[in-house]
Design a protein around this ligand. Structure first.
Ligand SMILES: [Zn+2]
Length: 606
């Protein structure tokens, strides 16, 4: 399929609520769903998704459109890539060629190179004789065939050019492989060689399951020990792979995260794989670094509750602290997971020993503040005033960062108990540390989302009245006549004149008593006025939100009031105009004009 046919087919097959729901937590609101807008900063949701009309619209910043516009905006994609992504979701085959070759983007090429490499590695792991050591690794780790399959584990051939040769035989250029991170430039000369050689391959996939890069682990020798050389080799930063945006396992974990209302963040890929294999699937890894604001933006699509599990070494601890700061600052609820002493050194170990231990550790994860308190109590010498003072000072600093005062005082009490210090004294110190700056609680929106949105110009009350009235007429056809007549003699705001005159034409030319709204929109669409059809849909959405709860008589009453208000606004505008014209006429000494204006003003004063 190609052209508009494809677009329509994709729209028919996909529900906008599901597409948007992959990114945002939507809550039902009447016939629509709502969320906080991903395109501007807000605390109360004004972003609506309407399944019936298949549109989204933010009444805060004015962003709106269909599934294609949403995905483009959200993912920072060009239309062809958004089309491809949604076609894949909808199971619609795109016709290759036709209008496509030219638009085949660089990004797409690199994703395809990675996907093909992942397939090659996976196939080799399954049945190539060269992959024997990798299969032993899989066996030692007791990874099931299902796990190998769903994580697409693989083996990279121990060769300088086998991967490149294979991919180049499939039409990729040397330079594309380099830009995909699959090959490395040779130190001498101009050649390239394969980056991943003789390693266990873990494809890293984005939220949609596209392979964006790899982590490659060295394979243990026959003695089970890792040979020399780096244990892990990773894809470098490329056009499609950015470590600070990636979350290992997110494509498989996302629906579980949403269902559980909770994401568990671990450090290692094997932690994720073992946990998923054991049936705990709301788990992802953050590639061993502190959480970034981009990763938090990704989480926010599915949940605002995180459980962090970091290795108990000092690097893990400082990563954890930075991650906590970021997440708290971005408004997440954060708990810390501690493995019980007999559970092994990392989640992978723990799951292997007993998955119930792992589940229990997740369920019992403690508020991050009590994790701080516990760490401090383990390290503080309570017989030393100096040591106590330092520890209390550090903890107070963490408490000062909390956005919520009720929480703060809870932890002050805990702190007072722990250090046997009067609460009042701690409160005094907290006060001196200062209130958290109001900027806290906001992360920078991701690059994709931060495409600057100019807020619409502030609306005049007249605009609002007319928007409401048209919306009322569109949603409740029994009000059409009242609205059409009520607006007939007025001067409508520029942006709404055309919509009104089309509606009037539609209204007078059709005699259907049925539901007018959808008919009007298709009436517009059939006249090549799809932009106006969308404007109508947004007004309907707005009217439904504003008046949806009212009984029929309430709707009629509201319509009457709005028409009354519209008319008196018209009069006062006209009066202002006349007053302005009057002073101009006086300046010009135009007596004729002055008389005329006086007459009209006199008639207006009722
Ligand atoms: Zn918005």
């Amino acid at each position: 399929m190609s052209g508009d046919g494809v677009i329509d087919e994709i729209k028919r097959r996909l529900d906008i609520a599901e597409v948007v729901g992959d990114y945002l937590q939507l809550k039902r609101a009447g016939t629509s769903l709502r969320a906080c807008c991903p395109f501007h900063d807000e605390k109360t949701p004004s972003f609506f998704v309407n399944p019936e009309r298949q549109i989204y619209h933010c009444f805060g910043c004015g962003e709106g459109g269909d599934i294609f516009e949403f995905v483009q905006k959200m993912e920072g994609l060009e239309f062809p890539d958004a089309l491809r992504l949604l076609a894949g979701k909808a199971g619609v085959k795109l016709q290759p060629g036709r209008g496509d070759d030219g638009q085949r983007s660089e990004r797409r090429r690199l994703l395809e190179a990675n996907a093909l490499a992942a397939k090659l590695y996976h196939r080799l792991l399954l049945d190539d004789e060269r992959a024997a050591a990798a299969r032993q690794y899989v066996e030692r780790r007791a990874l099931s065939a299902d796990t190998v399959e769903s994580f697409m584990l693989g083996y990279s051939p121990d060769s300088w050019d086998a991967t490149s040769k294979f991919l180049m035989s499939r039409g990729f250029s040397e330079s594309e492989l380099f830009r995909a991170g699959l090959s490395v430039k040779s130190d001498r000369g101009t050649g390239h060689y394969d980056r991943f050689r003789g390693r266990m391959m873990f494809p890293i996939r984005d939220v949609h399951g596209e392979v964006i890069g790899f982590t490659a682990r060295v394979l243990p020798g026959a003695d089970g020990r890792d040979p020399d050389g780096p244990k892990y080799v990773n894809t470098p930063q490329t056009l499609v792979y950015d470590k600070s945006r990636a979350l290992y396992g997110i494509n498989l974990a996302k629906q579980h995260i949403r269902r559980e209302g909770l994401a568990v963040v671990v450090e290692g890929n094997m932690d994720v794989i073992s946990s998923h294999q054991a049936g705990v699937e709301n788990v992802v890894a953050s590639s061993g670094t502190a959480l970034t604001s981009e990763q938090l933006d990704l989480f926010r699509r599915f949940t605002d509750r995180l459980v962090l599990s970091f290795d108990a070494d000092s690097a893990g601890e400082s990563a954890a602290k930075r991650g906590i700061d970021m997440a708290i600052g971005a408004g997440f609820s954060v708990r810390m997971l501690r493995l019980p002493p007999d559970a092994g050194k990392d989640p992978d170990d723990c799951v292997r020993r007993d998955v119930e231990l792992w589940k229990h550790a997740i369920a019992e994860a403690e508020p991050y503040m009590s994790w701080y308190l516990n760490l401090a109590s383990e390290r503080t010498d309570f017989s030393s005033a100096e040591s106590k003072r330092r520890a209390a000072g550090e903890l107070l600093q963490e408490i000062a960062k909390m956005p919520n005062q009720v929480e703060q005082s809870h932890w002050i009490s805990e702190l007072a108990r722990m250090f046997s210090t009067p609460e009042a004294m701690l409160f005094e110190q907290l006060r001196r540390l200062g209130r958290p700056s109001p900027a806290r609680g906001q992360t920078q929106p991701s690059a994709a989302a931060s495409t600057t949105v100019t807020p619409p110009a502030r609306k005049e009350r007249t605009d609002i009245c007319v928007e409401y009235l048209l919306g009322l007429a569109l949603v409740w056809s029994s009000l059409s006549q009242t609205v059409v007549e009520g607006l007939a003699d007025g001067e409508l705001p520029a942006g709404l004149t055309e919509l009104y005159s089309n509606y009037r034409e539609f209204y007078t030319s059709t005699r259907s008593d049925g539901e007018k709204a959808p008919i009007f929109r298709s009436w517009l669409a059939s006249r090549d006025k799809s932009a106006m059809a969308r404007q109508a849909a947004v007004l309907e959405l707005q009217a439904e939100q504003e008046f949806g709860e009212l009984p029929p008589e309430g709707l009629r009453e509201e319509t009457g009031k709005l028409i009354g208000e519209f008319k008196s606004l018209q009069i006062s505008h006209r009066r202002q105009e006349l007053v302005r014209a009057m002073s101009a006429a006086e300046r010009n000494g135009d007596l004729e004009k002055i008389k005329e204006i006086q007459r009209e003003l006199g008639e207006m004063t009722v």
